[in-house]
Ligand binder design. Structure first.
Ligand code: MRU
Length: 360
């Protein structure tokens, strides 16, 4: 317990983990196919979508069968590799169209564009080679991106674990875990790395797509990490009661000044954490930092289908005539971020300077 604030009545009670379970495979490449665990079906069904055409991967990203900034980047990299294979099979697939289709799939997570730039550079370099060799180098680059992301997450976990006191109650939003990355996770990577010392997690349900309810609780239970689900509007009450020790979230894009775009609701948590003098950490790999965005004003915020808000799952809450606003992300000002946890270590303010040092 930290600073003796937490009530002993908490249902979110830390305990040591008994055993480690095998990590879930969010996406993988096998026999020329890209397999994506369909996250729209979790936690009820564990089913993989097998993509043999890059357009299937584009649709899977758009429909959020694969989601989470780093996972979107890795899936897009494999989609480009898939296009290389399609050209080898004689299909009429143009590199420009492939990159344009993937670029248009989702706008906020910068990892998508970061991965596509890497794949584009690789493709341009390979253009003088035969189609078989092009396909080979594209797949090798996608596999490198996949591997590097997993390594980054493990490093984030190691650095971040130092910030989590034994027995802490950690509050998080959305899903920044194995399912959102190549494996292990960013925010949940920190949780995993610190879990042996005992901790518990409050998972905000994360309306409207319910990634916290459907994905974070599922993933943590697989790993035997104590997790308690709350609705998004309960976070302030828990903090007021002293039942939260720190907040850790992931990020979809971090601007050069340290402003963070992450799942809608993150900003509210950061404001609440500041009011209650709780640390607010953002865990993200360097591929999530966008040096070309000076501040949050340069980050596009995705607006999604109003039906996501009008419904819970398939159930309609209101008639289709009710107007809805559905931004999928919100910007959190850098001033509210206690520190960034990256694969190169923990970065504290002042951000423009410290981030520039790490990113250079
Ligand atoms: O709309 P989503 O589910 O793709 O949003 C995901 C998030 O906001 C995550 O917090 C972020 O991508 C970091 S994942 C390591």
């Amino acid at each position: 317990m930290i600073s003796g604030r937490r009530s002993l009545l908490t249902p979110c009670w830390p305990r040591l983990r008994s055993e480690k379970k095998i990590m879930v495979r969010t996406l993988y490449w096998e026999d020329g196919k890209l397999y994506l665990l369909d996250q729209t079906l979790l936690p009820w069904e564990e089913k993989y979508v097998a993509c043999t055409d890059y357009r299937q991967a584009v649709a899977a990203i758009r429909e959020m069968q694969v989601r989470g900034a780093p996972a979107i980047g890795v899936a897009a990299a494999y989609a480009v590799a898939m296009a290389g294979q399609q050209r080898l099979r004689g299909e009429d697939v143009s590199p420009d169209q492939v990159l344009a289709d993937l670029t248009a799939s989702r706008p906020t997570a910068v990892n998508l564009f970061w991965a596509l730039e890497r794949m584009q550079r690789c493709w341009e370099k390979a253009m003088g080679l035969g189609l078989a060799e092009q396909a080979h180098v594209l797949l090798a680059e996608a596999e490198r991106i996949h591997r590097e992301d997993l390594e980054a997450n493990r490093a984030i976990g190691r650095y971040g674990a130092e910030l989590v006191p034994p027995g802490a109650s950690v509050l998080t939003i959305c899903n920044a875990g194995s399912l959102a990355t190549s494996g292990y996770g960013t925010a949940l990577g920190v949780v995993r790395a610190a879990a042996d010392r005992g901790l518990c997690v409050w998972a905000c349900e994360t309306r409207p797509r319910l990634q916290g309810a459907r994905l974070t609780t599922w993933e943590l239970q697989q790993d035997d990490i104590p997790v308690t689900l709350i609705t998004d509007n309960m976070a302030g009450y828990l903090m007021q009661q002293g039942r939260v020790d720190l907040v850790i979230t992931g990020a979809d894009r971090i601007a050069a000044n340290g402003d963070v775009a992450n799942k809608i609701g993150t900003y509210s948590l950061a404001v609440l954490a500041a009011y209650h003098r709780l640390p607010f950490y953002v865990a993200a790999p360097l591929s999530t930092f966008d040096r070309t965005a000076a501040s949050a004003e340069d980050i596009p915020i995705e607006e999604r289908n109003p039906e996501e808000v009008r419904r819970v799952g398939r159930e309609a809450l209101v008639p289709a005539t009710i107007p809805v606003y559905n931004p999928a992300f919100d910007p959190t000002p850098a001033a509210l971020v206690t520190a960034f946890i990256t694969e190169r270590g923990v970065i504290y303010p002042p951000y423009p300077e410290k981030l520039a040092q790490v990113l250079s």
